[in-house]
Each structure stands twice: as structure tokens, then as C-alpha cells.
Write a protein that binds this ligand. Structure first.
Ligand code: ATP
Length: 334
């Protein structure tokens, strides 16, 4: 089975082909990079309207060239329905509906955050892991129970990447800030910053205000970046450990663009090792926003008969992972 996925919830205009028989995923992406400031929804949507047609065309060409014998180049079209920026999602939804109609194949509506989780589960082969999604606009722990991915803990304010990006805008760095923080942290030393975990939830607003203030007060940016990583990733690791402990699960997967950070991966790997749990972090191309994860989950949903009619395929900018009935696990799973 070959599923074409389309992603475009915020900054990555991306299309992919996932081939289940060959277990291969071909991804073509075109990122939106703001000249200054953060992601501007109108500019991001303009980027989607220009870039989505060309990334889709590249993937369609690839699908035509790699189909063998009487194999169909595409069996279904999957797309990110949300969560994300409304103006961007509308363009992705329109492109997916038009493509599914033109190819006369079924349409699959994918929750972007569940896709961040499922790519880790797919790649690791873990059966029922807890997932830490550490992305730009989100930060939460998910665990499977009774047919849904339940939110075990989450940010009480901004997503983790967006919080880091707010600090880097304050110091005048261009978007995205996360990789620059990681680089600067290599030369930094520890200073105290607020650390806010409340049970299974956490908050980033206090630490980000304190980091900006520390910068204005003359602390070195390297020390602040080092300490931001230690505190923020320490918070995520503490709650991830509590999620493993409370659910009795011994598998953890990482999802989301912040998961590309080596220090976060190191902290999670060491926590898992200490408690005898298995840890898996996907390859960076599957961590940052990408259509590969949409195509992979789209293929599982399509195999389970979880397709949607055009009239039911409206996008949802606030689509939560626990709203999704998990139809693809178990017998139907490919
Ligand atoms: P979501 O998936 O929640 O919609 P998003 O669309 O912003 O989020 P992602 O690709 O998951 O996209 O994550 C992007 C975020 O990852 C940005 O905030 C960026 O600064 C951060 N990031 C990227 N690389 C690193 C890194 N090496 N260290 C820390 N953060 C990073």
C-alpha cells in the first residue's frame, strides 16, 4: 500500500510517500523561514500556497517512477487536519481534497500530534509506549488507554519550542531559536532559573521571563542557554519518568522538533536506563514537522478503514490527540 501524506500545520510545507510493503518513506519538504520575528500566520499560509503544490508534485513523480507492474502509484491521500495554524491548515486541507478527488482515492484525516507519537512507535516497534511530544507549539505526555491516547500531563501555557523561541527573539536571534540555544549552551555554565512542575503538568512562562531578565541583567547568553536546557528538559524528563512510573510502562518514545536536541535525548535516555526502561528517539527527519509521519499514520488508518468523506473533512486548529478514536492498533495494524 502506498499513501501520499501532506503536512503544513505551521512552518513545514511537506509531502511524502509511505510504502508499507517496502517500509520506505520518501519525504520532500520546503520550510518557511521568517526574515525576522516568529512564525507569522499569514506569511506561513502564503508559503504553504506556493510550496505545497511543488512538494506534492515531486512526491507524485516519485510515486509514478517507483510503482512496479500494476501497482497503483497512490492508494490514499492523508493530510494534517490539526492542530495548527488555521490559514495553513485550510490550504493543506484544500490540496488534499483536490488531490484525492483527482486521483479518485480515499482521503484520511490525521491528527498531527498523534502522528508525532505514532512515528516513534512505528520506528521503534514498541507495543504501547508512553510518548513525550516536545514540539514547537505543544508539550505533553501521552499514554494509550481504552481506545484513545490520553493526555497524562501537559504544558499549562506555551509549547516548549515556542517558549525557547521567545527567549531567542528577545536576544535578537532569528527563528527557529532551538538549534541556536543548543549551540550556545555548549559554552555555558549553570545559573538558577525557575523550575515549575505541578504534578503531571509543567509551565514555561516563569522560566522564560526569568531568562529574558537574566539577559537584560548582563548574564552571558551561553550561561542562560545552558541553564534553560537544564531546567526545561529536566522538567520534561521528570514528568516523563512520572508517566512511566504511574502507568507501569517500560517504553518511552520521543516526538516533536525539540526532540532533535541532544541534551534532551541524553537526559531521557539516562532516566530510562536508570529505571530499566527502553527509550527511542526517531531520526531528526521524523521529529521536526514532516509529511512522512502523516503518511505512515495515514497508511495505518487507511488499512483500518478509517477514511473520511470530503464533507466531513474540515480542519480543526485545536484538534487534541485525545479526540482521536484509535482505530488502527491491534489486528488492523500493518
Ligand atoms: P507542533 O508540532 O506542535 O505543531 P511546530 O509546528 O512548531 O510544532 P516542530 O517541527 O515540531 O514544529 O518543532 C519546531 C520547534 O523545534 C521550534 O520551536 C524549534 O526552535 C525547535 N527546535 C528545533 N531544533 C531544536 C534543537 N536542536 N533544540 C531545541 N529546540 C529545537
Amino acid at each position: 500500500m502506498r499513501v501520499l501524506g501532506i503536512e503544513g500545520t505551521a512552518w513545514a510545507a511537506s509531502a511524502a510517500l509511505h510504502d508499507t510493503e517496502r517500509d520506505e518513506t520518501f519525504i520532500e519538504s520546503d520550510p518557511y523561514e521568517p526574515d525576522s520575528g516568529g512564525i507569522h500566520p499569514r506569511e506561513a499560509a502564503e508559503h504553504m500556497s506556493e510550496a505545497i503544490p511543488s512538494v506534492v508534485e515531486t512526491v507524485l513523480d516519485h510515486a509514478e517512477q517507483t510503482a512496479e507492474g500494476d501497482e497503483a502509484p497512490i492508494d490514499a491521500v492523508a493530510f494534517s487536519r490539526g492542530p495548527g495554524l488555521g490559514p495553513c491548515l485550510r490550504i493543506v486541507g484544500t490540496a488534499a481534497r483536490a488531490l484525492a478527488g483527482a486521483l479518485d482515492v480515499p482521503l484520511v484525516g490525521v491528527n498531527h500530534m498523534v502522528a508525532h507519537l505514532e512515528i516513534g512507535r512505528h520506528e521503534s516497534g514498541f507495543d504501547s509506549p508512553v510518548c513525550l511530544n516536545a514540539s514547537g507549539a505543544n508539550a505533553h505526555l501521552l499514554g494509550y488507554h481504552n481506545g484513545r491516547y490520553r493526555v497524562l500531563g501537559e504544558t499549562m501555557d506555551t509549547g516548549v519550542g515556542n517558549a525557547i523561541d521567545k527567549f531567542t527573539r528577545h536576544v535578537g536571534w532569528t527563528h527557529p531559536g532551538g538549534p541556536k540555544v543548543e549551540q550556545a549552551a555548549a559554552d555555558g555554565e549553570y545559573i538558577d532559573l525557575p523550575y515549575t512542575v505541578k504534578g503531571m503538568d509543567f509551565s514555561f512562562s516563569g522560566i522564560m521571563s526569568a531568562a529574558k531578565q537574566a539577559y537584560d541583567d548582563g548574564e552571558t547568553v551561553e550561561d542562560i542557554c545552558f541553564s534553560l536546557q537544564e531546567h526545561v528538559f529536566g522538567m520534561l524528563t521528570e514528568v516523563a519518568e512520572r508517566a512511566l512510573s504511574l502507568t507501569g510502562t517500560d517504553e518511552l518514545v520521543l516526538g516533536g522538533g525539540v526532540g532533535q536536541n541532544a541534551r534532551l535525548r541524553e537526559m531521557l535516555a539516562s532516566m530510562c536506563e536508570e529505571r530499566g526502561a527502553a527509550f527511542y528517539a526517531p531520526d531528526p527527519r521524523f521529529l521536526r514537522d514532516n509529511a512522512g509521519m502523516i503518511a505512515v499514520l495515514g497508511a495505518k488508518m487507511y488499512a483500518a478503514g478509517d477514511t473520511i468523506e470530503i464533507e466531513d473533512s474540515a480542519i480543526d486548529p485545536n484538534y487534541r490527540p485525545d479526540q482521536v478514536p484509535v482505530t488502527w492498533r491491534g489486528a488492523a495494524e500493518s
